[in-house]
Design a protein around this ligand. Structure first.
Ligand code: COS
Length: 393
């Protein structure tokens, strides 16, 4: 087993680290305070090639492997989860879905624009009444002579107000349950696409979050991504990449918590000595360090499996579960190390604490990750109402 990164991976990581420190860190607090979705910064991130890191070069991407993509996302995640969310949504949820399920025409049309940042994309799966039970879509797509008409509503959609293209999941035939779902590439300037900003979030204040009304949105057949009935698999495969990306971003938060806490603890003096000299403070630093390293290893393992083309849904859920929960704990611990200073936004730990909380909720709650893991271990899907025959017997 080789834990060394290649020279290219090291270079990409160093570049992403420098970019984060030079361009993102200083703006993160001001953008959060102003609740500003920083389009200028998004453009810079796009110019770095970070919006299409895993998209092949022929479609305008950087053609990098997943492990390297994870290194970039970790660095950006350390700087600002709001900007990391842009990368995760654009690259993992939108680009990876188009790459895997799109026709040649769809790939050629959408991917270069998304990778360059000319367009942003969003992922319309969650609805006001449909969260964890993603198959149970209330949004409907009705067949017409010329294509489809979509009606429904989406909720908690990152970049829903700024995106030019939205992946919209809709039910074509409720009797078919998850096998009736379809995914549509909706141009957001189409009549009937009605986004609204969601305010007063706990964190991610610099991230654009929307609720979206879909009122008689007419789409053509060639706006469908995949076939009728493949929508659920489009969503799940995209989430396999999205969860990896969220996990990598959370490793960045963990790492940031360690670095900021060590720095603060060595500078801050109490009882005539740096607080870093106290065993109870060192214990907190050690706990964060262990969680950070373990989370990173799990993310790297998931990335390795993706790059090897091997099944990785289980390992991705393990990484997502552990990295997000660890980041929540690290942010909490980092505030403890900072004491009162950690309770205001002079230090990034305050923002990390608020921003990280959503990561155990979105792209599948921790409870959903545990059910995916439990199902892989036992062969029993806890969400199926009737136990399969051999298990019942
Ligand atoms: N990739 C491709 N296909 C997948 C898949 C994956 N990772 N996971 C499941 N599928 C397929 C299954 O193979 C099955 O296919 P068939 O129809 O051929 O049998 C189908 O999808 C249904 O799978 P399953 O029975 O496991 O679905 P469930 O409804 O029991 O559970 C969970 C699916 C709970 C895992 C899913 O609904 C989920 O992830 N929910 C959370 C949604 C979420 O993350 N929301 C956040 C939105 S983004 S902010």
């Amino acid at each position: 087993m080789d834990f060394d990164l290649t020279d290219e991976q090291k270079l990409v990581r160093e570049t992403a680290r420098a970019f984060t420190d030079n361009e993102i860190v200083d703006r993160a607090r001001d953008n959060a305070r102003a609740e500003r979705f920083d389009v200028d910064l998004v453009r810079k991130i796009a110019d770095q090639g970070y919006l299409g890191a895993i998209v092949p070069r022929e479609y305008g991407g950087a053609g990098l492997d997943h492990l390297t993509y994870g290194l970039i996302v970790e660095e950006i995640g350390r700087g600002d989860s709001a900007m990391r969310t842009v990368i995760s949504v654009q690259t993992s949820l939108v680009c990876s879905a188009i790459l895997r399920w799109g026709t040649e025409e769809q790939k050629a049309h959408y991917l270069p624009r998304l990778c360059s940042g000319e367009w942003l994309g969003c992922f319309g799966l969650t609805e006001p009444d449909t969260g964890s039970d993603a198959a149970n879509q209330r949004t409907r797509a009705r067949r017409t002579d010329s294509g489809w008409v979509i009606n429904g509503a989406k909720m908690w959609i990152s970049m829903g107000n700024h995106a030019q293209v939205a992946l919209v999941f809709a039910q074509t035939d409720p009797e078919l349950k998850h096998r009736g779902l379809a995914c549509f590439l909706v141009d957001t300037d189409q009549p009937g696409y009605q986004p609204q900003e969601i305010h007063h979030k706990m964190g991610l204040h610099a991230s654009d979050t929307a609720s979206i009304g879909l009122d008689d949105v007419e789409v053509t057949d060639d706006q469908m991504l995949g076939e009728v009935g493949e929508g659920f698999k489009v969503a799940m495969s995209a989430l396999d990449s999205g969860r990896f990306s969220v996990a990598a971003g959370c490793v960045g938060i963990c790492q940031g918590c360690v670095e900021e806490s060590v720095r603060y603890a060595t500078e801050r003096r109490q009882f005539d000595r740096p607080i870093a000299s106290f065993q109870l403070v060192q214990a907190m630093l050690a706990e964060m360090k262990v969680k950070t390293d373990a989370a990173r290893m799990l993310v790297w393992r998931a990335g390795f499996l993706k790059d090897a083309g091997r099944p990785n849904t289980l390992e991705t859920s393990v990484a997502k579960l552990y990295a997000t929960e660890s980041a929540v704990e690290c942010a909490n611990t980092a505030i403890q190390v900072h004491g009162g200073a950690g309770y205001v936004d002079d230090h990034p730990v305050e923002r990390w604490f608020r921003d990280v909380r959503v990561t155990t909720l979105y792209e599948g709650t921790s409870q959903i990750q545990k059910l995916i893991i439990g199902c892989a271990l036992t062969g029993i899907n806890a969400l199926v109402p009737d136990l399969p025959e051999p298990v019942r017997a």
